[in-house]
Ligand binder design. Structure first.
Ligand code: NAP
Length: 216
């Protein structure tokens, strides 16, 4: 797949690198310096390059939307027309201090993004794990017990694309339903962040859902 990264920070930088290592063509875009994007592309290998948001969108089969909530309008403006594009978002609707969600209950960041990015096929994924765990999950992908990763969206084809990317990074994709479910998924992320950054075992944390046989 050709994947455009809109926001090449902790999440976009790591996920873009892993997508490239998994065999995808990746364009890193949207950072404060071009040299950072070029360094990321160099480190990610021959399938990766640096570009502008518009170049990242052009010909992309999927986009990773990975910017702080206060950059959403700017990156959308620079990205141009996203209609029919698969947009996988890990962006959380956090306030400027990163302390609380500023959208919730009756909407979610993913739904607001879908309204702003008119016509885009938005899937919420990857936002429920800390960036620090991504490389470890990728390295462990041949193991038996993959961690889960929940995702949701309204377009089945876009969800298939997201599920493939989730698998490529080393997670077991868990389809949580329509995009509206991001209203639960986004606050769940705050629990994960609490455990990752304030717990005893550090931020290399992922989660796994298990089903058990029903007993009387
Ligand atoms: N970090 C996590 O573990 C984590 C986990 C789950 C969800 N999320 C969510 O994922 C999203 C991205 O988080 P992140 O931690 O990856 O953020 P980040 O490291 O701050 O990355 C954001 C990217 O946006 C770029 N950027 C910021 N302001 C810019 C500007 N004025 N012009 C051009 N580029 C600019 C940054 O550039 P520079 O590279 O130059 O700084 C960076 O590449 C957020 O919505 C966050 O809530 C993060």
């Amino acid at each position: 797949m050709r994947i455009g990264i809109l926001g090449s920070g902790l999440m976009g930088g790591k996920l873009g690198t892993l997508f490239a290592k998994a065999g995808h063509e990746v364009v890193f875009s949207y950072a404060r310096s071009r040299s950072k994007l070029e360094a990321l592309a160099r480190e990610a290998g021959p399938r990766a390059r640096a570009g502008t948001p518009r170049e990242a969108v052009q010909d992309a089969d999927a986009l990773l939307f990975s910017v702080h909530w206060n950059r959403v309008d700017d990156v959308l403006r620079q990205a141009g027309d996203l209609s029919r594009k698969v947009v996988v978002t890990c962006s959380l609707p956090m306030d400027d201090d990163d302390t609380s969600l500023i959208v919730g209950h009756t909407a979610s960041g993913a739904e607001v993004l879908a309204r702003k990015a008119a016509g885009a096929r938005v899937v919420s994924a990857f936002g429920t794990v800390p960036s620090e765990v991504l490389t470890s999950v990728f390295e462990a992908r041949e193991g038996e017990a993959r961690p889960s990763l929940v995702y949701c969206g309204d377009d089945d084809d876009a969800k298939d694309v997201a599920a493939q990317l989730i698998r490529d990074v080393g997670f077991d994709p868990v389809d949580a339903g329509p995009l509206q479910v991001a209203r639960y998924l986004e606050p769940f992320t705050l629990l994960i962040a609490k455990l990752a950054y304030e717990g005893h075992d550090g931020p290399t944390l992922a989660y796994r859902f298990e089903h058990f046989e029903q007993r009387a």
